[in-house]
Design a protein around this ligand. Structure first.
Ligand code: PNS
Length: 145
C-alpha cells in the first residue's frame, strides 16, 4: 500500500484552472497523483467522462506522475482498487469546507482507513467553478482566463 499516492476525485466537467493548479501542487506532494473522473448525481453531465479524460490528459501531458482514470462507482471503491488511502479535495471558501467535511465523514464511514486532505484553492482562482465556466461558455463568453 503506497503512502505516497493520492486520489483527486471529482467530476471535472469541465476541468478548470483551479483543478489544474491543485493537481500540479499535488504532484509536488505525492509520488503518484490519480485524478479520478467520477459521477456526481447532483450535477447534470455536460462532457462525457471520456471527453473529460481527454481534456485533462491534454492539459497534464507535461507531468510524469499523474494518471487520469474514469470510474462509475464510489470514490472509496476506486481508492481500494488503486490501493490509495488519501483522497485530495480543493476548498475555495467556508461553504466548500462544510460540504467537503461532510463528504469526508461519509467516505471515512465507508472506508475507515482512508483520509481526506484538503488543499486551499489558489487565492486568484477561488472564484472559479466548472459550472461558471460552462455558463459563460454557453453564452459565448471568453473563458480563457
Ligand atoms: O467535482 P465534484 O462534482 O465536486 O466531485 C464530487 C464527487 C464526484 C467526488 C462525488 O460526487 C463522488 O465522490 N461521487 C462518486 C460517488 C460517491 O462516492 N459518493 C459518496 C460520497 S458523497
Amino acid at each position: 500500500m503506497s503512502k505516497k499516492a493520492c486520489l483527486y476525485p471529482g467530476s471535472f466537467d469541465p476541468v478548470t484552472k483551479g483543478h489544474l493548479d491543485l493537481i500540479r501542487r499535488a504532484c509536488a506532494l505525492y509520488d503518484t497523483v490519480y485524478v479520478g473522473i467520477l459521477y456526481n448525481p447532483d450535477k447534470t453531465g455536460l462532457f462525457t467522462p471520456e471527453e473529460r479524460k481527454t481534456l485533462l490528459e491534454k492539459e497534464l501531458e507535461d507531468l510524469g506522475n499523474v494518471k487520469v482514470v474514469v470510474w462509475d462507482g464510489l470514490t472509496v471503491d476506486l481508492m481500494k482498487k488503486l490501493r490509495v488511502k488519501v483522497a485530495l479535495r480543493g476548498v475555495r471558501n467556508s461553504a466548500d469546507v462544510e460540504s467537503e467535511t461532510a463528504m469526508a465523514w461519509l467516505n471515512r464511514t465507508l472506508y475507515p482507513e482512508m483520509e481526506t486532505v484538503f488543499l486551499p484553492a489558489d487565492a486568484g482562482l477561488a472564484h472559479v467553478s466548472s459550472s461558471a465556466v460552462w455558463q459563460i461558455a454557453s453564452f459565448g463568453g471568453d473563458v480563457s482566463a
